[in-house]
Ligand binder design. Structure first.
Ligand code: SF4
Length: 370
C-alpha cells in the first residue's frame, strides 16, 4: 500500500522525519523490530531524515537490504566518518567558484543556480548533505535578484542549471517567475532543472507545470535522479511522460551505491525501466566523499566491473557515462572502463565486449610507409 495522496504539497508536508512517523504513516506495514533503533535515531539526530509517504511506500521492507529504505532512512553506519570525507565534497563553495550566495560557476559556459536548499526527501548519499534542509543556505528574494542580474551580465553563460536542494520544491509562482526572468536573456540558450521530484514526489509534475515549462522560449530539460528500478513507479512514469509530452527532454543521473545498484542485472533493470519510461540514462556518478557515507561508496574497480558488464547488454546510447567529480571543485572526469591500452609496437591492445583480446594498429600490421 502506497500513501499516494496525489497532492505534492500533502506529500511534502507529511514527510516522515522519524521512525515514529513511519509507524504512524504505515501502521503495521513495516516490521521495525530487527532494526538498531537507537543507532538510527542517533543518525537522524546527526543528519536528519525526511521522506515522503509516497517514496517510503515504494519500500518493500524495513532494512538496508531494501533499496528504497536504504536511500531514505538513516543508517547507524552514518555515525562513522572517514578521514577523506568532506562537508563540501565537490567544492561548490570553493573560493573563486562561488561569486554569490546563489551561484556556483565551475565552467565557462554553465552556471549553477541554487534557489532553495529544500528537498522532499533527504537522500542518504546526498553530496549536498550540508545544505539540504539547512536554513543557513536559504536564499532571499534579493539573492535571486542579484543572481539573475549577475547571469545577465555574463554573456558567455549559455546554460543555467537550477539545482539545490530541489528547485521543484518551489511553488509554481516562484519557480516560473524565476525561469521567466532567465528565459528573456538572449545569451541563455538552455535551462536545466536538476530535480528528484519525479522520483520522490512525482505529483509535483502537474499538467499545469509541464505545460508552463514547455512554453518557455529557451530549450528546457529536466535531469532527474533514479537509482534503482524500484523507484520507477507508475506515478513516476506519468510525471516523466507529462514533461516529455511538452517537448522537455528527461535525462537521468544515478549514483553508484553499494548494495543498491552495483551489480549488472540490477543496474540493467534500472536502465531498461528508464528507457521504457522515455528517460535517457545520462550519467552514473561515482559516489562523492560525503561524511558518513563510506558504507554506500564502492571502489572505482567495482564501477569498472559494472560498466564492463553492462556494455553489450543495453543499447550503447543507453549506457550512462561513469563520472567522477574531482574533489575540490575541479569538475567531472569520465572514468571509462579501460577497454584500450598501449599494445605492442605502438599499437593498441583492445578488450572487446565479448572478452576477446585484439591488437590494433601496430606497426607490424601497417602497410610500410613510403
Ligand atoms: S534530492 Fe538531490 S539535493 Fe535533495 S537530498 Fe536528494 S540528492 Fe540531495
Amino acid at each position: 500500500m502506497i500513501p499516494s495522496h496525489p497532492d505534492w504539497r500533502w506529500q511534502h508536508g507529511h514527510a516522515a522525519t522519524s521512525l515514529a512517523d513511519v509507524e504512524t504513516l504505515f501502521p503495521g506495514r513495516f516490521d521495525l523490530s530487527g532494526l538498531d533503533r537507537p543507532g538510527i535515531e542517533a543518525a537522524i539526530a546527526l543528519y536528519g531524515m525526511r521522506a515522503t509517504p509516497y517514496y517510503l511506500g515504494l519500500a518493500e521492507r524495513a532494512g538496508e537490504d531494501d533499496p528504497v529504505w536504504a536511500l531514505a532512512v538513516p543508517s547507524p553506519r552514518e555515525l562513522v566518518t572517514s578521514p577523506e570525507e568532506r562537508a563540501d565534497p565537490i567544492g561548490d563553495e570553493e573560493p573563486g567558484l562561488h561569486p554569490l550566495p546563489a551561484i556556483t560557476r565551475r565552467y565557462r559556459d554553465r552556471v549553477l543556480l541554487f534557489p532553495t536548499p529544500t528537498c522532499s526527501v533527504h537522500c542518504r548519499h546526498c553530496f549536498r548533505k550540508r545544505m539540504v534542509g539547512n536554513a543557513e543556505y536559504a536564499v532571499t528574494a534579493g539573492d535571486l535578484d542579484d543572481a539573475v542580474a549577475w547571469i545577465a551580465a555574463e554573456p558567455e553563460i549559455h546554460e543555467v542549471i537550477l539545482t539545490g536542494g530541489d528547485p521543484l520544491t518551489l511553488g509554481d509562482d516562484k519557480l516560473l517567475a524565476l525561469l521567466g526572468r532567465l528565459d528573456v536573456l538572449d545569451h541563455v540558450w538552455s535551462l536545466r532543472l536538476h530535480t528528484r521530484m519525479p522520483v520522490v514526489n512525482p505529483f509535483r509534475v502537474t499538467s499545469a507545470l509541464a505545460t508552463a515549462l514547455g512554453r518557455l522560449r529557451t530549450n528546457t530539460l529536466v535531469v532527474t535522479h533514479f537509482n534503482h528500478a524500484a523507484e520507477v513507479s507508475e506515478q513516476a512514469a506519468v510525471a516523466c511522460a507529462r514533461l516529455r509530452s511538452q517537448g522537455i527532454d528527461v535525462l537521468n543521473q544515478s549514483v553508484l551505491l553499494a548494495g543498491i545498484n552495483t551489480d549488472v542485472e540490477t543496474h540493467r533493470a534500472l536502465i531498461w525501466a528508464l528507457m521504457r519510461t522515455g528517460v535517457r540514462p545520462y550519467a552514473l556518478h561515482h559516489a562523492d566523499l560525503v561524511p558518513g557515507t563510506a558504507h554506500l561508496r564502492t571502489s572505482v574497480q567495482a564501477g569498472y566491473a559494472l560498466m564492463r558488464g553492462l556494455r553489450g547488454t543495453v543499447p550503447g546510447y543507453a549506457l550512462p557515462r561513469y563520472l567522477l567529480d574531482v574533489p575540490g571543485g575541479h569538475g567531472k572526469v569520465p572514468l571509462d572502463y579501460p577497454w584500450v591500452s598501449p599494445g605492442v609496437l605502438g599499437g593498441l591492445r583492445i578488450e572487446a565486449p565479448d572478452g576477446s583480446i585484439h591488437h590494433y594498429g601496430s606497426q607490424a600490421t601497417r602497410a610500410p610507409e613510403r
